[in-house]
Design a protein around this ligand. Structure first.
Ligand code: COI
Length: 378
């Protein structure tokens, strides 16, 4: 690897890295270049804002000449790249989000990393990017989290948020899939994502995704395209939009960057994975846990009309978003046009409250992980 240039605590790397054309072999030890100056002593883990504090190290792995090169772990630092780097122009980039938790006894667990790895590879497929070898991905992830485990905060909603991502790195501005890529993972100590129950507005003009599009892939462009309508909603006092189908705006899809659930009548309902919705891992976990408790869960098309009827006739008991960053975000207010509805106050037995609590206990190792969701790292 090309040497990093130290710049007062941060490190800038020469772009691109110079690797020999080595192929990965399973179980190969990952080369680690440790930071000489950890930023942890000067970081107050009690005062962190989501996504603004980064742990000491990161994983870097390049793809070129048709093969993945050996991954390395290096100090967290800036990238240097040509202004002509393909991702900067056509957004051929994907990412994931997962978390590691520290339990009472100090044990560190990753939550369902294999599911994120599988989903990232589904995104690679949709975005014409090379498949990432699952074993190499997991090994690099485990090594990174183990190395920076002291960065994981403890306490309610505290975790290490992990951001694997990959981008097109060709120095080329023709429109075609890149021939070279960079895969990276960095981590952030985090606490809660939302400080309060969220206010959402049902979006009936703009769309996040459409049939045949990239809605189910975790690609940067999906998020960029959502910024403008989300900003219009925020200007009106809403935290998030509830996305509806692009054709008729008749069916509910997602809420902001989260999947959405409603406790409607005596059922928990959530939109079916239709190809325009992200296949959320928290979504899947909540469905499985709810069913195991005997709650009827329906994954099906949900109309805006039935949600509004449920708000009007008080059969909509609760609504919540699920996602890795937020885990469970309680929805307090839903607006459609000029009509604004408040949901009933939550109680200890609300589905989102008790399922959220159970999920948290599993992730922190406080109750038995009977589903094999945890990967113990330290
Ligand atoms: C996540 O929940 O991990 C997400 O991807 C949301 C993120 C954009 C903060």
């Amino acid at each position: 690897m090309a040497a990093g240039r130290g710049t007062g605590g941060r490190v800038h790397y020469i772009w691109p890295y110079q690797y020999g054309p080595r192929m990965i072999t399973t179980g190969q030890k990952i080369a680690i270049q440790r930071t000489t100056k950890s930023r942890l002593p000067e970081t107050d883990l009690d005062q962190i804002k989501f996504g603004r504090t980064f742990s000491d190290h990161m994983v870097v792995m390049d793809y070129r000449d048709g093969a993945w090169q050996a991954p390395t772990i290096v100090p967290f630092g800036d990238l240097r790249m040509s202004p002509a780097t393909l991702v900067l122009h056509y957004s051929q980039t994907i990412f994931e989000g997962l978390k590691a938790y520290k339990g009472e006894g100090g044990q560190v667990n990753l939550f369902r990393p294999q599911a994120n790895i599988a989903r990232m590879n589904r995104s690679t497929h949709r975005m014409c990017m090379p498949h990432i070898p699952e074993d190499v991905f997991l090994e690099a992830l485990v090594e990174l989290v183990r190395l920076d485990k002291d960065w994981i905060p403890q306490g309610e909603e505290a975790a290490m948020y992990i951001r694997p991502f990959m981008f097109a790195s060709d120095e080329y501005i023709g429109v075609r899939p890149s021939e070279s890529y960079r895969f990276m993972i960095f981590t952030c100590p985090v606490r809660g994502y939302y400080k309060e129950a969220v206010r959402v507005k049902i979006e009936t003009e703009y769309s996040r995704a459409f049939p045949g599009g990239t809605g189910t892939a975790k690609c940067g462009g999906n998020y960029a395209g959502a910024l403008y309508p989300a900003k219009l909603g925020q200007d009106k006092g809403f935290h998030q939009l509830v996305w509806t189908d692009a054709k008729e705006h008749r069916f509910i899809e997602e809420s902001g960057t989260m999947n959405i659930f409603f406790h409607l009548g005596d059922k928990l309902v959530t939109p079916a994975l239709s190809g325009t919705i992200l296949d959320g891992i928290t979504r899947d976990s909540i469905i499985e846990m709810a069913r195991a408790e005997g709650i009827t869960v329906e994954e099906r098309p949900i109309t805006v009309a039935e949600i509004v009827a449920g708000l009007r006739n008080a059969t909509l008991h609760e609504a919540f978003g699920t996602g890795t960053a937020a885990t469970i975000a309680h929805i307090q207010t839903i607006a459609l046009g000029e009509e604004v509805f408040d949901l009933p106050a939550l109680t200890d037995s609300s589905h989102s409250v008790h399922l959220g609590r159970k999920l948290d206990e599993i992730r922190r190792g406080a109750v038995a992980d009977t589903r094999g969701w945890l990967v113990n790292v330290a």
